[in-house]
Ligand binder design. Structure first.
Ligand SMILES: [Zn+2]
Length: 428
């Protein structure tokens, strides 16, 4: 029997190795991987031979011998199969088809009707998206290794259940099984906070730091947490619901039913509310109820021309955001705070600069010095890309890549509580 904790350690180590390949393209030797991950060469050799056996990694040549023994160069085998990442948001469903190196092959985005939406409607939209990307890429569905789907709200990953979606009043909907049945493909379910944190770990700020918070700013608001290089989920996978922590005592009514939540101030509906309080008849409000993008692009364009209302809306949004982020900085002491998603993509540099100034008034000096606030380098597809990465992990977990138990000494030590399986002196 595989010891549970030993299995977890192997999965963490495998994640460390694979994310080096996704973080920067280009082949690597086992020695490169050992120095990049701070895992022992024995652990890396063990992991890579199993990944080669699975067809996920391939040898693509030899590194320059330079007098020494030539070393095999390894790369991701993009042709091994495909992955699908799907971002089901309140207003749209984005479906992306990737090769195994997470290179994008096709993308489809379709709107979700406003108001109450049934699980069946979402299943229909997902199926149409999956059909469309395959047609666009000329790729076969039989090549799909896994589908990662991010659903808004709370998701219990292991059971594959959407436990609570505040937007559509869903409770305990077994979405994974419904989607898997309809698509005829293996489905892995999670929420956008987990997907975007994973995307930053693999492709964004997480390439440089191990402790980061990804702040998702769209109609829903939350924080994806990566601590010590690993996605943090909490006891029931609901960690990071910072959007529903209290920013203003007895403040604005939030869609979750409580008062004064962060989301009610820095989510798209909250930004519209701030505009309404400043300029009740503003023409941007006419569209804002249905769609966030025209509100955000309109505000950005007007602020760029110096429109005082738009400038003030962004300043106030940043002031709320800075106060709310101060809590995260004080509690978690991260190295990077990444502003991501729709609001960050549209309001960009202006929001960043104003939020930095506001944050300084709310975080303690020492953790503030340790943190860098930045815009996501993946503003448009962090969630769908992260969902595909989740599908990749799910595929490998399902295949039991590691087969027979062959614990490394370091992993054994970790399993027994004598270390973390990494060489001492790890510093990044
Ligand atoms: Zn709330």
């Amino acid at each position: 029997m595989v010891n549970r904790s030993a299995q977890d350690i192997r999965r963490l180590n495998r994640f460390e190795v694979l994310r080096r390949f996704h973080a920067s393209s280009g082949p690597r030797t086992r020695q490169d991987l050992a120095s990049e991950t701070a895992l022992s060469i024995a652990t890396v050799s063990n992991l890579t031979s199993e990944l080669i056996g699975e067809g996920v990694l391939v040898e693509v040549g030899q590194a320059g011998s330079g007098g020494g023994r030539p070393r095999a160069l390894l790369a991701l085998n993009a042709d091994r199969g495909t992955l699908i990442g799907i971002d089901v948001a309140e207003t749209s469903v984005r479906t992306e088809l990737f090769d195994l190196a997470l290179g994008e092959m096709a993308v489809d985005e379709r709107p979700v009707a406003s108001g109450d939406v049934t699980p069946e409607q979402i299943v229909d939209l997902v199926e149409s998206g999956v059909d469309t990307v395959h047609m666009a890429a000329g790729s076969l569905r039989s090549r799909v290794l896994g589908v990662g789907i991010s659903l808004p709200g709370l998701v219990e990953r292991k059971r594959g259940v959407s436990t609570y979606s505040p937007y559509w009043a869903w409770r305990d909907v077994p979405m994974r099984d419904r989607l898997a049945e309809r698509l005829g493909l293996p489905v892995h379910l999670d929420n956008p906070l987990k997907a975007s944190a994973l995307a930053e770990l693999w492709f964004g700020a997480g390439r440089e730091v191990d402790n980061l918070v990804v702040v998702m700013l769209r109609s829903g608001v939350g924080a994806g947490l990566a601590l010590d290089g690993t996605l943090y989920r909490g006891a029931t996978n609901s960690a990071g619901e910072w959007g529903h922590s209290c920013l203003v005592f007895e403040g604005r009514r939030c869609r979750c039913g409580n008062l004064g939540c962060v989301e009610a101030y820095v989510g798209t509906a909250g930004i519209a509310e701030t505009l309404r309080s400043l300029a009740p008849g503003d023409p941007l409000l006419a569209e804002a109820d249905a769609l966030a993008a025209p509100l955000l692009t309109g505000l950005a364009a007007r602020a760029a021309k110096g429109d005082p209302t738009a400038v003030e809306v962004i300043r106030r949004t940043a002031a709320y955001l800075g106060a709310a982020l101060g809590n995260l900085v004080n509690i978690l002491n991260p190295e990077a705070l990444v502003l991501g998603d729709q609001v960050a993509a549209h309001l960009g540099e202006r929001l960043l600069v104003e939020t930095k100034a506001a944050l300084a008034g709310h975080a303690l000096a020492q953790p503030l010095r340790a943190v860098t606030l930045r815009l996501s380098s993946l503003p448009h597809d962090a969630v769908s890309r992260g969902a595909a990465a989740l599908a990749f992990e799910g595929f490998l977990n399902d295949r039991e890549v590691f087969g027979p138990v062959s614990r490394t000494r370091a992993a054994k030590a970790r399993a027994e509580g004598h270390g973390d399986g990494r060489r001492p002196g790890r510093s990044r």
